[in-house]
Design a binder for this molecule. Structure first.
Ligand code: BES
Ligand code: ZN
Length: 632
């Protein structure tokens, strides 16, 4: 029984856990708690200490200086708030590894207290606010090890001359660079003033002006209320290139043209998505290309998605990532998950939309191929997950949301929507989604709210086609319900045939006609190789297709995973290089995990990890260090 659930027995309405709250637990409830896990209270954010139901922050004014020497953001935030409970006299915000220099309430020194630190959640900062006050200002600085900030040396950038900084707030890391109510159900508008070294440009998840003078002093406004996990900042030697009327790319000059070419379909994606799901609410949609240590594929920071450079493959084969981050402008940024338990409302809807956007733009074959790859990835994850982690509305109490990252929210969520679509018909389902985005625009909602909405809309309109018990099974039970849609691709059937022929020795690798294979076909070919290939077979594949040298990071990943699982040593030099140069967790974690299965592999992984670590993001370090630590 963990500490968190104990606290929640006695204080179900408090947000999350803290040692002080534990003092309220009576002996009686403690004993009960040993045996029964209390029910989850929908809408309660178990990952924030903040108290928005009493006092809710509505606007931030940030004023920060980026000190690259000290690796610190130093400055202040003014929090404007509304009192939901007129008697409330304490504003509680989240912090993590922040140094609080002073707090003032409307200019006068305020009493504040920093609570004890929780390993997943940081510390509550409680500020006493005089009765009529409407804002406080906190002077603070961040830790050089802030979990939501990565400071890169020039060597870790494309240009090698200037340092770089970026933040990654989702899920619970905004609090490591701003003291705020770090809960997705609290939406704020913000203004920011960011001071940087003169030659660098700052960009934010806000209105950006690409032509602003590069003078080291930048101002931003985000006029639409957003949840804290969407507040984002990056600073670097950045240039801008437009791709369309409302779309463009920010990147280091060395990769700007390649990025703009790779992602040139972004404007069409935006238009097609609007046509099907309703108007885009965020004015511009730009991309920021980060250095390769960015721990995710992409992050949907509003108006400015943050994107890994590892998807610049030269042939647009990995641009579903852009469709995904763009789709979040509807599912996630406009209609937001209220708690991390409801993450599937963001990621499942977005994954469903991604497939649809890809189909609109590139046709049905690509849609089918991507859906099959997604489905296989889900099957792979499900094979390893405990039942509780296979549930869409997952119980995350006492856990760090970063540690529960799987395809369940994404692909199972998307599959659920695909089933709804198939039952009511695509046209009707599209109309439903458009209405849903409009109905809940700029709100944060729970799974239960969505289900009630579904009851009142689709279920009412198509009672003969939908079934409440089945919907319940999708959302609250593990696994994939029997009879769920199974994506199929004709192109992949051909790949299965070729693979079998090669495995049976009927044809040599060189004789396979791969000339017109897309990245997806390569991934399917490799991901479905059986275990137990011989060294000769691996060498045969490698010499026919130069897989070890593949410049497509996804194909290289699939091949390197096979190499590790078979201890195919000719690929290890590339593997080492790959691990050291890429920090995108999805690409490196399966490799570390596979390496850690043998003592020799683990030693190799340790060596690569040690070399890579100074360049890895805190999240990538956190996710992988377990695989390279002795004794695990
Ligand atoms: N919002 C997510 C990234 C995220 C999720 C960060 C949860 C922290 C907690 C982003 O939109 C995402 O899903 N990225 C994926 C993209 C992929 C599914 C196309 C990634 O980075 O791999
Ligand atoms: Zn996403």
């Amino acid at each position: 029984m963990n500490k968190l659930s104990l606290v929640l027995v006695s204080a179900p309405l408090l947000f999350a856990c803290s040692q002080p709250a534990q003092q309220n637990v009576s002996t009686e409830t403690k004993q009960e708690a040993e045996f029964t896990q209390p029910a989850i209270i929908a809408g309660t954010d178990y990952h924030s200490f903040s108290n928005p139901s009493e006092i809710q922050v509505t606007h931030l004014d940030l004023d920060l200086t980026a000190d690259f020497e000290k690796k610190q953001l130093i400055g202040s935030v003014k929090l404007e708030f509304e009192r939901k409970d007129p008697k409330a006299d304490t504003l509680i915000v989240d912090t993590r590894a922040l140094t609080i220099h002073s707090v003032t309430a409307e200019g006068k020194p305020a009493t504040f207290e920093l609570g004890p630190e929780d390993v997943n959640l940081g510390s509550a900062l409680s500020i006493t606010v005089p009765p009529d006050n409407t804002h406080v200002t906190i002077n603070y600085s961040t830790s050089p090890y802030a979990s939501g900030v990565q400071w890169l040396t020039p060597a870790q950038t494309q240009g090698k001359e200037h340092p770089f900084l970026f933040t990654q707030a989702q899920a619970v890391h905004a609090r490591s660079f701003i003291p705020l109510q770090d809960s997705p159900q609290v939406r704020v508008t913000y203004n920011a003033r960011i001071r940087t070294p003169k030659e660098l440009l700052a960009v934010m998840s806000a209105a950006n002006d690409p032509n602003t003078p590069r003078d080291g002093d930048y101002q931003f406004t985000m006029p639409q209320p957003i949840p804290s996990y969407l507040i984002a900042l990056a600073i670097g030697h950045l240039d801008f290139k437009p791709m369309g009327q409302r779309t463009g790319v920010y990147a280091e000059p060395e990769i700007l043209s390649a990025a703009a070419a790779e992602f040139e379909d972004t404007e069409s994606m935006l238009e097609l998505t609007e046509r099907t799901y309703g108007p885009y609410s965020w004015d511009r949609y730009d991309l920021l290309i980060l250095p390769p240590s960015f721990p995710f594929g992409g992050m949907e920071n509003p108006r400015l998605s943050f994107i890994t450079p590892t998807v610049i493959a030269g042939d647009k084969s990995l641009v579903s990532l852009i469709a995904h981050e763009l789709a979040h402008s509807w599912s996630g940024n406009t209609v937001t998950n209220a708690t991390w338990r409801d993450l599937w409302l963001n990621e499942g809807f977005t994954t469903y939309l991604t497939y649809r956007i890809m189909e609109m733009l590139y046709g049905n074959d690509r849609y089918n191929m991507e859906a099959v790859l997604g489905y296989q990835s889900l099957e792979h994850d499900l094979a390893a997950l405990p039942d509780n982690d296979e549930i869409l509305a997952i119980d995350l109490r006492g856990r760090n949301p970063d540690d529960v990252f799987s395809d369940v929210a994404y692909e199972k969520g998307a599959l659920f929507l695909r089933e709804l679509e198939q039952r009511v018909g695509r046209k009707n389902f599209d109309a439903f989604l458009m209405q849903y985005f409009n109905h809940f625009a700029f709100q944060s909602i729970t799974t239960d709210t969505f289900l009630t909405y579904l009851d009142n809309t689709l279920l009412k309109d198509y009672p003969e086609k939908l079934d409440k018990a089945r919907i319940h099974q999708w959302v609250f039970e593990p696994g994939i319900p029997d009879g769920a849609p199974v994506p199929q691709s004709d192109a992949f059937t051909k790949i299965d045939n070729v693979r079998s022929a090669w495995l049976n020795g009927d044809i040599a690798a060189k004789a396979i006609n791969t000339e017109n294979w897309t990245t997806h076909e390569w991934l399917y070919f490799l991901n479905n190789m059986p275990d137990g290939l011989s060294e000769a077979q691996l060498a045969n594949l490698d010499s026919a297709f130069s897989l070890t040298q593949s410049q497509n990071n996804e194909i290289a990943h699939s091949w390197l995973l096979i190499a590790v699982n078979h201890q195919y040593k000719p690929a290890y030099e590339r593997l080492y290089d790959y691990l050291v140069h890429i920090g995108r967790n999805k690409l490196v974690k399966p490799l570390y995990r596979a390496l850690s299965q043998t003592p020799e592999g683990k030693a190799f992984a340790q060596k690569a990890f040690e070399e890579a670590k100074p360049g890895y993001h805190p999240l990538t370090i956190h996710a992988n260090e377990g695989f390279v630590t002795d004794g695990d």
